[in-house]
Each structure stands twice: as C-alpha cells, then as structure tokens.
Design a protein around this ligand. Sequence first.
Ligand code: MG
Length: 283
Amino acid sequence: MSKWPIGVFASVDAGLGVNFEVVKELGIPSIQLHAPHKNTRTQEAATAFLEKCADAGVTITCVFGGFDGESYADIATTARTVGLVPEDTRAARMQEMKEISDFAKLLGVDAVGLHIGFVPEDTASDSYQNLLTITRELLDHVKANGQNLHLETGQETADHLLHFIDAVARDNLYINFDPANMILYGTGEPIEALKKVGKHVRSIHCKDGTWAAEGRRGLDWGCEVALGEGDVGMEAYLRTLHELGYDGPLTIEREIPEDPVQQKADIGKAVALLEDLRAKILG
Ligand code: MG
C-alpha cells in the first residue's frame, strides 16, 4: 500500500464500527476490523470475509479485540468494565484475546489491537504487576501468531502508557494512537501526547472530539464529533504523523452506530477531508 491509505473501523456483527457495505460504497481501501463474536471466529467465516474484502479491494490492517460486558456509558463505567484491567474478567478475556489473535491469523492480519483498560496508577500494586504478567503472556501468544499488539490510547496519559510499555518489555507491543480519546478521556493534549509516544505508534485512528468543561476533564466525557469539527486539529495531527515517519493507514472512526445514515455521511466527509490534507501535506 502507498503511504497513508484511507481506512475505517468496521464491524461484522459486534462493536461500534461501520458495516462492510458502507466500506464498499465509499470505496475505502483498508479497514480495521472489530473482532466478531466467538461463534463466527471460524476458518469458514474468515475465508468468506476475505473473499468479500478481495472483491471490494479492501485490506484488513488490524483486528481489534472487544468483550461482552464492556460499556462506554461514562468514564467511571468504562474504567470498571473495559479491557483486561477489570480483575473479575481478566483471565477469561485474556483467553478470548488469544482466540481473537488466532482468528486474526486466519485472516492473514499481523496486528491485533486492544483497549487494555485503565492501567492502574499504582505500579507497585498486585493488580498492576499481574497485568504486566498477563500482558506478556498475551504478547508471547500474539508473537507466535506472527503479530504485534497495538494498545489503543486515551485511558492513560502518554507518560503512564510509556511507562507501562517499558515495564512490559516485549518487542511486539506498540500503540494505536487515537487523538480524540486523549480529549474525550481528558488524558492530555493529543499532539503533545503523539510526539511523546510517537516511536511506538504503528496504527492510528482519525477521530475528533471536544473537551469536557474545564474542571470536569477526566470526570465527564468530552463529545465525539465528525472529523474536522472537534479540538484535535486534523492538519496538525497529520503533519505530526508525517514528521514521525508514520506511513500506515489513516483509519477513520465515527462512533455513532445508532445513526447509520449520519455515520455514513460523516465518514464520507472524513474521507474527503483526509484526502485533501494528504495531498496538501505529501504534495
Ligand atoms: Mg479509537
């Protein structure tokens, strides 16, 4: 693929991504795929989906894990329910994430992505230490499948995420950078954060958002909005990625599955915006 192919976050039967029909209609050449439910993570399903992708000229660049019981209702609920951090479900979800990695291998995809959850602040805690252990175990499984693991940003500050990656100390752990999440979760100014974690970034989301009210950042959600209408600053974002030497896909996320008409319209506009900026920046 040439530098910066447009992409979109897509779903088959689970998750917040767009339907594959939208990907086809808009002629988008790459997707990140939210992992389908367990009963459709089969060789047959993988073969059928790969045929659909080949027909539409679509490349799958990353498969994202997600789990039953996750809720992004508000920041506190997200902290309690999302990723590998919640201790009650940690072992079961780690097993499921290994299975998602196996499914990604069936799709011929060399990257799996994950919201690991809110990495505990207290690095001396049992919870943090156990999270390190199971993350390493997952990374070894992922590596045996010839894959890297990309952690989604936003639930930690850039500094805390860097510290975690260093502490895990494996060579197949990278970052999927989502600038809007830094704003939505109130974890830091996105361009500044991107510069800090840049050398670990192997995939990105093109998503936009507006900050929560001053004094409420990190407590209340910011607002996810159509690309170019929020506080990220798409041109500065892409210019920073260019400076960092990022060549991968520009994967659009628009998380309003409850309004598929608006979602498709917003994604169409995001494609046009990114194509314009790409031409302007890359010349
Ligand atoms: Mg994202």
